[in-house]
Design a binder for this molecule. Structure first.
Ligand SMILES: *Cc1c(COP(=O)(O)O)cnc(C)c1O
Length: 436
């Protein structure tokens, strides 16, 4: 047992983790939750309320993970909870159409500039997997380009030099992915158009799609440099390929219309997840009517789901998007996040710790490095041991950060200035401790 797991205040989580590890691999249902990258005992959660997580040992944390992005309004937002309860009372699944699905689809189309028609699915993984199939079908080509350090879920063709989860565990790609499944995936460097051209070499005429996180959020936070996204659009137009934006993390987060609205860019296909499901398992992919009419049953591209458009998840998504239809929420997120960002920069300076800081709206990251982070190689150069010490010092102060250097911090509108200031004060102490 580690020191942390013996400490009396975490006894409940330590016991729960042991029991879980006997029946589930690593005791978890998604790898990063196991604290493998930072060591120690993952906190087992009893409940969440607004900005606060409560663990089963009765400890409280200000939460900056927010279920990895969906909880932009905080935990158990009253209108989302009410919508879920009301929907569940009417029945949890029908396998037949409901008007609520049309309502959610309409809200998505109104907000995301490039989407004219949409298909609801169950997870981000499924949305991206389906988008890639659609792009290949529409173009009649097979090659895709993705970027090192971007994460697009765990579909076989995309576990090629995989992002955060697999990266944290030190495997560049996963066993069980056949060379055939990976053979049509080219990997380029984020923020580097020349690397796309050289990956493609003379195979541009076989390119089906470029797949990109328009703001990379799965290697820490790496915003696109000026000209990068426009350059990808240009390469796709020149080669006749489609541009797929994976906005699973960014849509409704950095702006109501996602990164494409923030930067004025136009992808061909957009993948959504996380916020769009209001904290329930729901995701989506969408495009122009012309492209989406290739999807079954109108077109020949097969894609289906027993629980797709599930009424409870759909109700949560509608409640979430309706609650977000209020510009003051984004103003509030911006001012809270700017306050946090400035506070963390100042805390690192005064502690004399070499860090780099990134922020786009309510997504933030503190990199433990003294050089600029623009891609996977520079992100990988961070001091992950120092991050682990910082993470545990913050956790001890009641601040719940992502248990990995290669993840973002998410601010929610449930947070208060006072909680932000408490977080900055904790960071000042934690950074001073981790400096030595
Ligand atoms: C989280 C995430 C996914 C995967 O979504 P799941 O719902 O976990 O399958 C895909 N792409 C990006 C950019 C993500 O952040």
């Amino acid at each position: 047992m580690t020191e942390a797991s013996r400490s009396p205040e975490n006894r409940g989580s330590a016991c729960a983790f042991e029991a879980a590890s006997r029946v589930m691999p690593g005791g978890v249902n998604s790898p990063v939750r196991a604290f493998g990258a930072v060591g120690g005992v993952p906190r087992f959660i009893e409940r969440g309320c607004g900005a606060i997580l409560h663990d089963i040992d009765g400890r409280e944390y200000i939460d900056y993970v927010g279920s990895w992005g969906p909880l932009i309004l905080g935990h158990a937002h009253p209108s989302v909870v009410k919508a879920v309860q009301q929907a569940a009372n009417r029945g949890t699944s029908f396998g037949a159409p409901t008007e609520a699905e049309t309502h959610l689809a309409t809200l998505i189309i109104e907000r995301v500039p490039s989407i004219e028609m949409v298909r609801l699915v169950n997870s981000g993984t499924e949305a991206v997997m389906s988008a890639v199939r659609l792009a290949r079908a529409v173009t009649g080509r097979s090659l895709i380009v993705k970027f090192d350090g971007c994460y697009h879920g765990h579909a076989d063709a995309l576990l090629v030099a995989a992002g955060s989860g697999a990266m944290t565990f030190g495997t560049p790609s996963s066993p069980g992915v056949t060379s055939g499944a990976a053979a049509d995936t080219l990997v380029a460097d984020y923020n580097d158009l020349a690397s796309v051209e050289s990956a493609l070499a003379d195979r541009g005429s076989d390119l089906a799609a470029i797949l990109v996180e328009p703001i990379a959020g799965n290697m820490g936070l790496v915003p696109p440099v000026a000209g990068f996204l426009a350059g990808l659009r240009e390469i796709c137009d020149r080669t006749g390929a489609l541009l797929i934006y994976d906005e699973v993390m960014t849509c409704f987060r950095v702006a109501p219309g996602g990164a494409q609205a923030l930067y004025g860019q136009k992808p061909d296909i957009t993948c959504l997840g996380k916020i769009v499901g209001g904290g329930l398992p729901l995701a989506a992919y969408g495009a122009s009517v012309r492209i989406m009419q290739q999807v079954s049953p109108v077109g020949p591209v097969y894609q289906a789901g027993t629980l797709s458009g599930n009424p409870v998840a759909t109700a949560a998504g509608i409640a979430m998007l309706e609650a977000l239809d209020d510009p003051t929420i984004y103003d509030r997120l911006e001012s809270l996040s700017a306050r946090l960002d400035e506070g963390l920069r100042e805390a690192a300076r005064s502690a004399g710790v070499a860090t780099r800081h990134a922020r786009v709206g309510s997504m933030l990251c503190t990199f433990f490095t003294d050089s600029e982070v623009t891609n996977f190689a520079t992100a990988s150069a961070c001091d992950t041991q120092q991050y682990a010490r910082y993470f545990h010092a913050m956790l001890d102060c009641g601040i719940y950060l992502a248990p990995s250097q290669f993840e973002c911090m998410f601010v929610s509108s449930a947070q208060t200035e006072e909680q932000i200031d408490r977080t900055v004060a904790a960071a000042r102490e934690a950074l001073t401790l981790t400096a030595c």
